[in-house]
Every structure is written in C-alpha cells, then in structure tokens.
Ligand binder design. Structure first.
Ligand code: DOR
Ligand code: ZN
Length: 346
C-alpha cells in the first residue's frame, strides 16, 4: 500500500498532558485545544491539585483560556499524597470533577515531592478507586537512588506495579508514558484493566538523542528515553491496534532558560507537533490505518467515554515548522524529530 498524502480521522484526545498554570497555561493551551477534543490534565502544579475544590478551580482557569473557536474539554486528575482524603476523591469523581487520580512516587519527577512515599499509606484510597471504577494513572519509576536511571521503570513494574495489580484486580491502571519493552510486555499480559499511554518523543528518539554531538537538554524527560530496542517495542505496541495502548503526549513545557541550565528540568513540550509526529511514526511503520484506533478510539474505550464525532485531517508536507513558543518574554522549545516533519494538521 502506498502512503496516502492525507488522512481524516476522528478527533483524538490527549490522555496525558501538563498544561501548567498562569502565563504558561495561557501560552500553551491553544496548541492542545486545537488538535485534541479532551485531555487528561496532570495535577503536578505548585501546590499540587489534591482536592476536588482545587481541581474545579483549576478547570475553570483552563476553560477561561481555551480559544473561543475550540471545542475542548479538560478532564481533571487528583494528585495522590499520603494523606489524600478518600471521601473527597469519591465525591469529586461522582461530581464529574475528577476523571482519574495520579500516582507520583515521591521524588520521581517534576513537582512530585508531595507524592506517595509508600503504597500501603493509600490502601484505602486505592480500594475506593477500585470500587468506583476510577482509573489510577501511574508514573512508573522507582525512586531508589541505587537503581540505574535507565532501569527505574522495569524495576518499578517488578517491585510495585505487579504486586499492586494482584492486590487490586479490578482497579483500572494506566502505566503512563511507557518507555520500555518490559512495560509493554506487562501491559499486554496483565490480567484485568491495564492500559498505557505512549508519547510521540518516546516513539521518535532513543537515548542517543540526549547526547548527539553534546548534551541535548530538550531531549531530556522522565522517564528518560531508553535504548533502541525499547523504542522499537513502543512503536510495535502503538501500531499494533492493541486497545490497551493509546495516545498521551506527556507534553510538559519548561522555559528554555530552565532546560538549558546547570540542572535542567525534565520535560518535552510537544503539543504543537504531537499529532504530526504520531502520523509520521505510523506512516513509517506502514500503519496509518491504525492511527485512529491509537489516537481516537482506544483511550475513550478504556475510560468508558464515547469517541469524538468531529474529524481532523492530516496531510503530508515538506517540513512542518515548529518555532519556539513565546512565553512571558521567554520561549519554550517545541519537540521535533531529527529530520523533516512530513505531516501537519490542516
Ligand atoms: O519529563 C517529565 N516532565 N516527566 C514527568 O513526569 C513530569 C513532567 C513535568 O511536569 O515537567
Ligand atoms: Zn507527565
């Protein structure tokens, strides 16, 4: 089959995005709202979104900044801490404020200091979530400094995720931004409701990209990109049509000055280029006929939501430009692959 030069699909959703707050939110929201109908909004603000009241207020700040010609629904998440209140979580879910809750192992990534120190501390919360069908979204890395940074996801699966699956067999779990073949295998083989999001950057780069000719801070995110065998496993999973794998950009903007820094922040900002990047990957894998499942059907099915009725069209181009996004007199670098980006949203 020749690669088509354009492609129309149901509008996708982004099942994992960092929209931030204040000036950064104002700068980045249009990129997500333009290309996605819904998005699961990460709660790792400062301070984190730990209650239904905080989530409802944050949702209003997002809605107020969505461009008027965009039809976009933010889906909110609760940042789990050792002391999160199961009653508030349950009420927030019943009221439609919380769609899911996010587990950050304390210290695993950006603004995760208030995260969970030990799963045993939130056993009642997890029981509640299992009972009400509320998905648990997992940052799947151990924080044990003795574990090599490239092994932290695989070790997390063995030490934390597999036992958790056993203790809560009906809990809906999403292994967010899966980066390893071990992660892919776990999701494929796990009993019960388990899914995974896959980012555009983990499909396009391996760990060499962080060191290409020098240190490349804009290629640094967490979980960090892994070896080529892992990237290939992610591509295979995304393009397989397996309903457990779905689109989640993990778009995570940081100012250039904070990326190009003595201690640069983790995060790749890809919202403006994400759909183009996914299309490029699926075209390279000769799997464009499966892009709609990955981008627009598998996620809603996992979350128990209807797929979007509106459509989006992508078309081939010479090279989709990805200029820096201005923010507050500074700029945020937009992710793009090493060569040309040969797709764009029309
Ligand atoms: O690279 C990352 N950036 N990984 C995360 O888990 C958090 C995110 C952020 O908030 O910047
Ligand atoms: Zn994230």
């Amino acid at each position: 089959m020749n690669t088509p030069s354009s492609l129309t699909l149901r509008r996708p959703d982004d099942w994992h995005v960092h929209l931030r707050d204040g000036a950064m939110l104002a700068a980045v929201i249009a990129a997500t709202a333009r290309d996605f109908s819904r998005a699961i909004v990460m709660p790792n603000l400062k301070p984190p979104v730990t209650t239904a009241a905080l989530a409802a207020a944050y949702r209003e700040r997002i809605r107020a900044l969505v461009p008027s010609d965009c039809d976009f629904t933010p889906l909110m998440t609760c940042y789990l801490t050792d002391t999160v209140d199961p009653a508030d979580l349950r009420a927030g879910h019943a009221d439609g404020v919380f769609t899911a809750a996010k587990l950050y192992p304390a210290g695993a990534t950006t603004n995760s200091e208030a995260g969970v120190t030990e799963l045993a501390r939130i056993a009642r919360v997890l029981e509640t979530m299992e009972a009400i069908g509320m998905p648990l979204l997992v940052h799947g890395e151990v924080v044990d400094g003795a574990v090599d940074v490239f092994d932290r996801e695989a070790v997390f699966i063995e030490r934390v995720l597999a036992p958790l699956r056993g203790r809560h067999p009906a809990l809906k779990i999403v292994l967010e931004h899966v980066t390893t073949r071990e992660g892919v295998a776990f999701v494929r083989e796990a009993a019960g409701p388990v899914g995974a999001t896959i980012t555009p950057h983990h499909l396009l780069i391996n760990r060499n990209a962080m060191f290409a000719g020098g240190i490349r801070p804009h290629m640094y995110c967490l979980p960090v990109a892994k070896r080529e065998i892992h990237r290939l496993a992610l591509r295979e999973a995304a393009c397989s049509g397996d309903p457990r794998f779905f689109l989640g950009t993990d778009s995570a903007p940081h100012l250039r000055s904070l990326k190009e820094h003595d201690c640069g922040c983790a995060g790749v900002f890809n919202a403006p280029s994400a759909l183009a990047c996914y299309a490029q990957v699926f075209a390279e894998e000769r799997a464009l006929d499966r892009l709609e499942a990955f981008a627009s059907l598998n996620g809603p099915a996992f979350y128990g939501l209807p797929p979007n009725e509106r459509r989006v069209t992508l078309e081939c181009c010479e090279d989709f430009a990805t200029p820096d996004l201005p923010v507050d007199g500074e700029a945020v670098r937009v992710f793009r692959p090493a060569g040309a980006l040969r797709w764009r949203v029309t």
